[in-house]
Write a protein that binds this ligand. Structure first.
Ligand code: OAD
Length: 245
C-alpha cells in the first residue's frame, strides 16, 4: 500500500455522499474465516464446490453438505469482526453507507453496520428445502464431523443452509437493493473479492458505467480490472481504516 494509492483512493471516496461497500471473502480473512480461491488457504482449494455447494450435491448427499456448512457456522461464530469491518461500521456515523456483501458470515452486522445486503444468503438463516419455511436448528457441533443428518421440517423436508449455491438464483430483495444503492452512490469501495462470480462481480461495472468512482482494496490481482478507478494493494484490515477514518 503506497501513500499515493491511499491519497488517490481517499480523494475518490471523499465528498460525503452515499457510499456502497461491496465486500467478498477477503474482508473476513483477517478474522480467520477462509476465502474461497486463495492458493493454499481457500476453501475451494481443499473442497470441491460441486460436492458441497450445488443443489445436485444436496440431493445426492445432504449429510455431507450439512456437516460442512455447520462446521463453517461454528468457525464464523468463534470469529470476531476485524479492523476492516469496524471501519466500515464507523463510517456510517458520517455518511450513508450501504454494505453489499457476498459473504455468508455476520461480521459486518456484528461490527455494527446498520444496512447489510447479503447477495449470497447467510450461514445462519436455515430453511426447509421443501416448503422454504425458516427453521431453528440449534447451535452447530463443537467438533467438525464428516456427516450430519439435517433436522426434518414438519412437512417432511430437510433443513438446508440459507446460502446461495452454484446454479441458484440470488435472492431478489438483496440484489435489487444492491443495484438501487449503486445507482444512488457517490462512490463504491470494493474489498476482498476475486470479482469472478457473477452477477455480484458486475456491480462495480454498473457503477463505473455511471461514472461513479470505484476503489478496490485487495492485496492480490482480481478479475475487476479496468472498472477500478484506484487499486489499493493491501489487506482489508490495513487499508479500510486508512481510507474511511
Ligand atoms: P474469493 O475467495 O474468490 O476471493 C477472495 C479475494 O480476497 C481474493 O481476490 C484475495 O486476493 C482477496 N484477499 C485475501 N485476503 C485478503 C485480505 N486480508 N484483505 C483483502 N482482500 C483479501 O472470494 P469471493 O470473491 O468473495 O459464493 O468469492 C465470491 C463467491 O465465490 C463467494 O461468495 C462464494 C464463492 O463460491 C457462493 O458460495 C455462492
Amino acid at each position: 500500500m503506497t501513500t499515493d494509492q491511499i491519497r488517490e483512493a481517499r480523494s475518490a471516496l471523499a465528498g460525503g455522499g452515499p457510499l456502497v461497500v461491496l465486500s467478498g471473502a477477503g474482508m473476513s480473512a483477517e478474522s480467520g474465516v477462509p476465502t474461497f480461491r486463495d492458493a493454499q488457504t481457500g476453501l475451494w482449494e481443499r473442497y470441491d464446490p460441486t460436492e458441497l455447494a450445488t443443489p445436485e450435491a444436496w440431493r445426492r448427499d445432504p449429510d455431507t453438505a450439512w456437516a460442512w456448512y455447520r462446521w463453517r457456522e461454528h468457525l464464523v461464530s468463534g470469529a470476531r469482526p476485524n479492523a476492516g469491518h469496524l471501519a466500515v461500521a464507523r463510517a456510517a456515523a458520517a455518511r450513508d453507507v450501504v454494505v453489499v456483501t457476498q459473504n455468508v458470515d455476520d461480521l459486518h452486522e456484528r461490527a455494527g453496520s446498520p444496512v447489510v445486503h447479503h447477495l449470497h444468503g447467510s450461514l445462519f438463516a436455515h430453511r426447509c428445502d421443501s416448503c422454504s419455511t425458516p427453521m431453528e436448528v440449534g447451535p452447530p457441533p463443537e467438533q467438525a464431523v464428516d456427516r450430519l443428518a439435517p433436522p426434518l421440517c414438519a412437512c417432511g423436508g430437510r433443513a438446508r443452509p440459507g446460502v446461495v449455491w452454484f446454479g441458484e438464483m440470488l435472492p431478489s430483495g438483496p440484489w435489487e437493493a444492491a443495484v438501487s444503492a449503486i445507482e444512488l452512490a457517490a462512490a463504491v469501495l470494493v474489498v476482498g473479492t476475486s470479482g469472478l462470480v457473477h452477477p455480484a462481480a458486475s456491480l462495480p461495472d454498473l457503477a463505473a458505467g455511471a461514472g461513479i468512482p470505484v476503489v478496490e482494496v485487495n492485496p492480490g490481482p482480481s478479475g475487476l480490472g479496468p472498472t477500478v478507478t484506484v487499486h489499493v494493494r493491501a489487506t482489508a484490515g490495513e487499508a479500510v481504516p486508512a481510507l474511511l477514518d
